[in-house]
Design a protein around this ligand. Sequence first.
Ligand SMILES: N[C@@H](CCSC[C@H]1O[C@@H](n2cnc3c(=O)[nH]cnc32)[C@H](O)[C@@H]1O)C(=O)O
Ligand SMILES: [Zn+2]
Length: 424
Amino acid sequence: MSVLIKNGHVIYGESFEVVKADVLIEGNRIVKVAKEINEPADTVIDAKGKVVSPGFINLHTHSPMGLFRGLADDLPLMDWLQNHIWPREAKLTREYTKAGAYLGALEMIKTGTTTFLDMYFFMDAVAEVVAESGLRGYLSYGMIDLGDPEKTEKEIKEALRTMEFIEKLNSERVHFVFGPHAPYTCSIALLKEVRKLANEHGKLITIHVSETMAEIGQITERYGKSPVVLLDEVGFLGNDVIIAHGVWLDSRDIQILARNGVTVAHNPASNMKLASGVMPLQRLLNAGVNVGLGTDGAASNNNLDMLDEMKLAALLHKVHNLDPTVADAKTVFRMATLNGAKALRLKAGVIKEGYLADIVIVDFNRPHLRPINNVISHLVYSASGNDVETTIVDGKILMLDREVLTLDEEKILDEAEKTIEKLA
Ligand SMILES: N[C@@H](CCSC[C@H]1O[C@@H](n2cnc3c(=O)[nH]cnc32)[C@H](O)[C@@H]1O)C(=O)O
Ligand SMILES: [Zn+2]
């Protein structure tokens, strides 16, 4: 299979330089970027007046949570989780979760996300959806033991069962990740066991850390130290760890994250909506910490649109620092693409020969994207996910001219309605 994209404005290489060029994809790789490629290809796409961009990497989400969109808004995290989300999640079945995962996958394809890092229940079902949809998914079963040794064992078992299920799919696009939920919901024993298992099996780890002031209070009271110091002291941190949020970090925490090569997945919409706080983006980047971008679940966002997320990230840090020069468009764009790929150890996030063909085409033949004075600026500040016209993952076209080819859109929307009726 080969795809040739002609005449587009291509965002090329690690420096995201915009060039007018053609892009040739063979199999799952980008093989050539040049002016006037005239080799034959199975599919030729005319991208005149359009932008050819690396696909977006959502570094933190709970993809089935779209089911709960709009059901519990305007609340702080702990109240939202304990009194609204967890009671609803207790009724989830594999079938319901799968309906949510389909909805999430559909939304991601339609808004230009090509890869996502997920944490939820019934991740074997989510893995099936990822395999079918054509997306690239890094999937963790979210472990919560609340200090109960019986639960520790149960959660580890479920994680390992999920790992085995995913390995059996034997897909280059579907990966297992360990996902202890957070320091306030997981025991030290569970965290230590996860570190050991991740080393043994060579898997990444993702965890919510330092999201709210309430969490800092709880952990300080329980252990007499910050969540990051705690994780460091138990030997949990490493360059295979992606922490979600990292809002409440002091200078010492930031140094620890930098020293361990930890990645932070920044979720500006969720942090603003739950009023969790403002993460210290500038200080993290200055310390050399890799920072990616995520949407968090659609129940705290309330969508999975990475183009929206980029704009929110840029605006949040400008106003917070009273400095419009921080979180410039390119920095934020890099967070949403290359930095995510780095965290996942994926040769993607960039359009360049030899990289994975995870590409989106954005239609700039629209008034809000003209004139094409600055492509990256338009993507960050003017575009939204609905402007994405074509989504390609691993060399395969998942959406062409806004029509999703791998999933049944109507059925998925219908099932989502039916599922939430059953859950009510
Ligand atoms: N095995 C666990 C499942 C945890 S999945 C991951 C969890 O993270 C929750 N979640 C979603 N967004 C956030 C957030 O921003 N912070 C903390 N938890 C979140 C989500 O609702 C889900 O309960 C159990 O038995 O509860
Ligand atoms: Zn989350």
